[in-house]
Design a protein around this ligand. Sequence first.
Ligand SMILES: [Zn+2]
Length: 482
Amino acid sequence: MTDYEKIGFRCGLEIHNRLNTKTKLFCNCKPRFSEVKPIEIIKRKLRAVAGEMGQVDVAALYEYLRDRNFFYQCFSEENCLKETDEEPPNPVNKEALEVALQVALLLKAEIPDEIHIMRKTVIDGSNTCGFQRTAVVGLNGILETSLGKVRITNICLEEESSGIVKDEGNEITYRLDRLGIPLIEIGTAPDIKNPEHAKEVAEKLGMIIRSTGKSQRGIGVTRQDINVSISKGARVEIKGVQELDLIPQIIENEIKRQQELIEKEEKPKEETRVAKEDGTTEFTRPLPGGERMYPETDLETIVVTKDFLSKIKVPETWEEKAKRFSKILPKEMIEQVLRSEYLDLFEKFSKEFDPVLVANTFTSIIKDLRRRGFETEILTEEQFDELFPSVNKKLISKEAIPNILEIACRDKISIKEAIEKSGLRALDEEQLRKIIKKIFEKYPDLVKEKRVSALIGEVMKIARGKIDGKTVSKILNEEISK
Ligand SMILES: [Zn+2]
């Protein structure tokens, strides 16, 4: 086993998580991915400009020298003139600001008296204006972990960048729907002890953001950047890790890469690398310096008054939630629900429907569908609004849920349509009695010998997924004693 202290392992994380607020951070557009085609495409070029201290950032200059053309897809409900940088931003979205402050409070961070919106130079084209708006909302927080305290250096509220559609070397196409979605960024000090610990820290930070109930869901919602270095190595930032499970492997690979360079008596360089799906990384650009920040002059400073802060509700902590859930869920399910990206939907639906059924749907069933390659992102809140009442109204049995969700994901249809398509519309009692009578006629010997479980087995071959076993057993016992 590697002695991480001995190799001078230093590691910190930066996590980014998109928020599910009503509007974007600086305009009134919908903070979501468009499901329809772009209404137009615009072409731009970007240039590097000097930062506040009069210096051009090295990473920005590097991008500028690549002289690329950028194409932007614009969408009708997700974009306005703000995203194309033809109109100044609106004042900051209050809802997003509150969520960011909630996160800062949960991490016991110091909240500044004034929040300044800054421009961070980004000229890889992912921002049409050439910078990303970002604001520090918390400093010097603390995260408790199994290996002690990890210091939180900063909590920021930021704009999400545009999503890349295709990269053809000199021509890059981005989609603008993603640009401007509120994003929370949390940075840690290099207090992470080993690769597995990094995963724990990332997971805990993700859970803290989800506990506000305002996190988006799905793949790509949370991205982690990992800073790694070892003695005689260099600080390398690995960007865009989306899978928590990949974190330890990516770090191990980076340690190995630096160790191999050191063995060959080469000095590893400070740089930004991008994570690939197989856990390896590749070089993207030099590490940006401090020259890339300057104040956003289009927006006023936000004064954080005591009064404003006192009105912000601190969400329940993990421990408080676990305690509350222990009254409605079996022990082994509590942690799964707390870790789930569907935590907020569990909270909503478990108030009205069987908590165990709701928890099972949001953890096991969805996880299983995802593992089998189904796109569970299409399962929206509205679909669960149809699903759970269908069980309560006995339109479907709870056993039918996996099948119905599978069909809804596979064919991208509503729950109502999936119920029809599945042929799993629940049987009523009368229909069940008919099936039971038919089975009795087919197996007179079993009836004579009162072999109830064998008979139930035969009935279930027809009724599985359409009615629960308990009801079958009850009715069959009634029928057999007639
Ligand atoms: Zn907009």
